[in-house]
Design a protein around this ligand. Structure first.
Ligand code: MN
Length: 750
């Protein structure tokens, strides 16, 4: 800016437009309109690829050829107008092409692949992004979802140009809203106010935001709009003379102090005034910033100098000075604001900023995609990323609840994902959430009966990590129940609690069943006739144990909290001694290990006499079929099955009554993973010989690895994980391996 006396731009000029305003295209032929667009862009940047722009126009026109808008114009008039808005914003070629093509995938036979082939990766990505956004069904959503939707829109776009095109699209829709039904006008206007204007604000695009809000306001509440605009106009007219006087005075005072500046009169926008009246419950006369002047100077230093000049001339209204230069708003808006008492007791607001700050205030993030002469270097991309990062960081730091803009805050939450139901409802979940989390956030019943999920139409595992913008469809089956496995991957507390609840209920049932069996078995062993025990007796004993119901006592027995023998000693004191002698080797509930001929045939683990109890093989010893095993009732996880040789078993037996007999049940043909470490001489062919043995037994090898033994120069170690059918088979292969010359030792490791 020149340091010369500032020329007055004339009586009450409007604020400068960010882009050179081109005459808006009037209804002419599509070809003519396109030609004017191309000429307009060419006049500013002759080096651009206009062949590509024309191809985009022709492709879109061809695809939209059979469609018309409600107004009766050819459909193509809309994408052309969107491209025009983007051209006025001086957006780059990718944006302009996207503007022309933005509805082709959504509304015509065109595909993203086609766009990619014809117009390249960037344009395809942007068109795809705009298409995804328009697929979101925003009707009938609840008010409180607006914030989520705003966040989601920002989080799901890979390229911020998608948002810029979408906003231009929305602006044109609003400008042509008059031909739609009242109902659709209201819906589009409400959506604009709730969703798109705050996004424009969030991205610092002040000019676009203002236009979206005022157009939206006009259709959303025409009566209020009429009232507010009439009030503003009458005040503007009444103060016109005074305001111009102020403007000239400001110019003169600044010139005296050698502060170069342009001074503009400004009037607050109708929607902002309306908001302020509504939120602060004040009258329009108390809106101090209704009228004002904006000073645009050349440096930060001169911003503060100008503020001093203003305060020297007029009396500042206390509490109205805001320094957004020192502390920018979350959307990076910077300015000094002050309200002063003007001549005749009329308050007016002064905004002071540099040209650069003004550009940011008007264009925001769009400024970074503006066409510039020459090729864009990587430094500029970095700058954009820095801009976005700064945006996110500001968002985190600026947590001032007093900030009256905070309700318009839109965060770029990296720790959340935004997904949709097939009906377009937004579901906000923590990062890496799964379809199970999604199902539970829809409804508990959907979670419980969930059996599968489709993401974007494709089947996925239930533990699949969801991504922003995924459309998630949950498959359910009545009677289906949550699985304990789900607990290992769900991310939301809600899902976890609901799953636990069901599992606990199921396990309680099983514990009750187990408790009954344990009690009956022990009664048989000790010769107590359970048939003679009355319900009242049972209830009385349950009460003694602090259980209000018989089932509670049975469950406690099943969980192993009390011993069956003790309970029996209370039920039948004459037949059962109150305490088992401490030397009793086996726990009361455990039947002595019987000889079971053929017991090493085909078995899966089951608790003796009970088919339905939860059992799992303890990881510490990983028992395989045929090995002697013992069950141990855990608290809440069912029966853990250990090998009898497992060192842990000895430790566990201090609570002997929690031990329970288990056996390898008939029928199943599963396999057991076993890890073997073979110590051998270091010689060629060893690995081959060992694996031949496995092949001859038809054993599946999960992994095998041979390496020299670091501790000894002439020996080697072969580590393998194999799947065996049972203990016998394992013994056979171990014996065979031991016979191989050079094998020194074989260990089974857990
Ligand atoms: Mn459109």
């Amino acid at each position: 800016m020149a340091k010369q006396p500032v020329e007055s731009p004339g009586p009450i000029p409007l604020p400068p437009h960010a882009a050179d305003a081109a005459p808006a295209p009037v209804s002419t032929s599509l070809d003519e309109t396109y030609q004017r667009l191309e000429d307009f862009v060419r006049s500013r940047r002759p080096a651009d690829d206009f062949e590509a722009l024309r191809r985009a126009f022709e492709f879109a026109r061809e695809r939209h050829s059979k469609q018309t808008r409600v107004s009766g114009e050819p459909y193509m008039a809309h994408p052309l107008a969107v491209a025009w808005i983007l051209a006025e914003m001086q957006m780059d070629m990718v944006c302009l092409q996207t503007g022309l093509l933005h509805d082709t995938v959504e509304d015509t036979t065109a595909t993203v692949d086609e766009i990619r082939k014809l117009f390249g990766e960037d344009v395809a990505r942007c068109v795809n992004g705009v298409t995804k956004l328009s697929k979101i069904n925003l009707h009938n959503r609840e008010e409180r979802q607006a914030e989520s939707v705003r966040k989601m829109l920002l989080a799901m776009v890979e390229d911020i140009r998608v948002i810029i095109v979408k906003l231009a699209d929305r602006l044109h829709n609003l400008r042509t809203l008059q031909s739609l039904s009242r109902e659709r006008q209201e819906r589009i206007a409400a959506e604009t106010i709730e969703l798109y204007a705050p996004i424009a604000h969030r991205l610092g695009m002040g000019k676009l935001r203002g236009e979206l809000e005022d157009l939206g306001f006009r259709y959303l509440d025409p009566q209020a709009w009429n009232e507010v605009t009439a009030e503003i106009e009458s005040r503007r007219q009444a103060s016109e003379h005074g305001l111009e006087e102020i403007r000239v005075t400001v110019e003169e005072k600044l010139a005296e102090e050698h502060i170069p500046a342009k001074v503009y009169a400004r009037v607050k926008r109708p929607w902002s005034v309306h908001q302020k009246l509504r939120k602060q419950r004040i009258s329009i006369d108390q809106v101090y910033d209704l009228l004002g002047v904006r000073i645009i100077t050349d440096s930060v230093k001169n911003c503060y100098a100008a503020l001093g000049v203003i305060h020297n001339e007029w009396h500042p209204i206390p509490g109205r000075i805001k320094d957004f230069i020192a502390i920018p708003r979350p959307n990076l808006y910077q300015s000094l604001h002050t309200s002063v008492m003007g001549p005749g007791g009329v308050a007016f607001e002064v905004q002071i900023r540099t040209e650069e700050m003004h550009r940011v205030a008007e264009e925001g993030i769009a400024a970074h995609w503006k066409y510039k002469e020459g090729k864009r270097g990587p430094a500029e991309d970095d700058q954009r990323i820095a801009w976005l990062r700064q945006l996110v960081e500001w968002q985190r730091e600026v947590r001032d609840p007093a900030d009256f803009m905070s309700n318009l805050k839109v965060d770029l939450y990296p720790e959340e994902v935004y997904c949709f139901t097939p009906m377009g409802r937004v579901v906000v979940l923590p990062r890496d959430a799964t379809p199970v989390d999604f199902a539970y956030s829809i409804h508990t019943h959907v979670g419980h009966t969930c059996t599968g999920a489709k993401v974007n139409g494709r089947m996925v595992p239930l533990k699949h990590g969801l991504r922003n913008g995924d459309i998630v469809e949950i498959l359910t089956q009545n009677g289906s129940q949550p699985s304990r496995d789900w607990l290992s991957f769900v991310k939301t507390a809600r899902a976890r609690n609901k799953i636990r609840h069901v599992i606990n209920a199921t396990e309680r049932e099983k514990a009750i069943e187990l408790g009954q069996k344990v009690l009956e078995r022990e009664a048989r062993r000790l010769g107590v006739a359970m048939s003679r025990v009355t319900r009242q007796q049972m209830e009385a004993v349950a009460g003694e144990y602090g259980c209000s119901k018989i089932e509670d006592l049975q469950a406690a027995l099943g969980w192993g909290k009390f011993s069956a023998r003790q309970v029996l000693s209370k039920l039948a004191p004459n037949e059962v001694a109150p305490e088992a002698p401490p030397e009793t080797p086996a726990a009361p509930t455990v039947a002595p290990e019987r000889e079971r001929p053929g017991s090493e045939k085909d078995y899966v683990i089951q608790v003796k006499g009970m088919n339905d109890l939860l059992t799992y093989r303890a990881k510490c010893c990983n028992a395989i079929r045929g090995e002697p095993i013992v069950g141990y009732i855990t608290r809440g996880k069912g029966v853990a099955v250990h090998s009898k040789n497992c060192p842990n078993v000895q430790n566990l037996m201090y609570e002997a009554e929690r031990k329970i007999d288990v056996e390898w049940a008939r029928g199943a043909r599963d396999s057991f993973q076993v890890r073997l470490v073979v110590h051998t001489d270091d010689r060629a062919g060893m690995l081959n010989q060992l694996t031949q043995i496995l092949f001859s037994e038809d054993i599946n090898i999960r992994s095998v690895e041979a390496h020299a033994d670091e501790k000894s120069f002439d020996s080697a170690v072969v580590e393998m994980t194999v799947e065996v059918r049972d203990k016998k088979q394992l013994e056979r292969i171990v014996t065979a391996m031991r016979r191989v010359s050079g094998v020194r030792d074989i260990e089974r490791v857990h």
